[in-house]
Design a binder for this molecule. Structure first.
Ligand code: MG
Length: 200
């Protein structure tokens, strides 16, 4: 099982971190050990002073595929939810400065929170949000994606065989920020709460 993540896929988020808007999807991966086994608790790692939340719509793949064509791409989506791409921003900033890979900042244990799965409906724009301590911290709609779901699936499968059960984190909108011990994070698609997580 692979976890693909897309960076800078909403213009407003690329701008808030002073990053250029990409001309093709920016892909990185997390290992299966990054999956947060109990999504109700996230333990802040000792190696970072600044872990950020990034709410993202997450897709689960339903079958294997390679070099998938656009007309068939959405048939590969089994289900959809929201998750958090936890990011050790302090480490990532240092690595970016040096031009080094991001893995220790992005792919550490527990860095991929995933919510409860919902049925995927083709053609529907997904309204989603993150609430921190009961207040809206981030909100987005997939109509604002720079690269839409079909584009992402085609692009990822050009380089990597997609396998049943793989996940794609489709990018975060603006509003990312640090977590603090004691925070309560809740992720929603429309009015369905799909996860609730305590930061410890
Ligand atoms: Mg992200």
């Amino acid at each position: 099982m692979k976890i693909f993540c897309i960076g800078r896929n909403y213009i407003d988020h690329a701008k808030e971190l002073n990053n250029p808007v990409p001309s093709s999807p920016l892909i990185f991966m997390k290992p299966p050990t990054a999956l947060l086994k109990d999504p109700q608790v996230f333990y802040t790692p000792a190696f970072s002073e600044e872990v950020h939340y990034e709410i993202e719509v997450v897709l689960k793949m339903t079958k294997n595929g390679k070099s998938i064509q656009p007309a068939f791409a959405l048939d590969y989506i089994e289900a959809v939810t929201v998750g958090i791409d936890f990011t050790a921003r302090d480490l990532q900033s240092k690595l970016k400065t040096k031009g080094h890979p991001w893995e220790i900042a992005k792919a550490f244990d527990g860095s991929a929170l995933v919510g409860s799965w919902k049925e995927f409906e083709k053609g529907e724009n997904i309204d989603f949000r993150l609430e921190k301590n009961g207040e809206i911290a981030q909100k987005g709609n997939t109509s604002n994606l720079i690269f839409n779901f079909a584009h992402l699936i085609c692009y990822v499968s050009k380089y990597f065989t997609i396998q049943k059960g793989d996940l794609i984190y489709t990018g975060t909108p603006a509003g990312v920020g640090p977590v603090t011990i004691g925070d309560d994070l809740a992720g929603y698609i429309k009015n369905d709460q799909l996860f609730n997580c305590q930061i410890k």
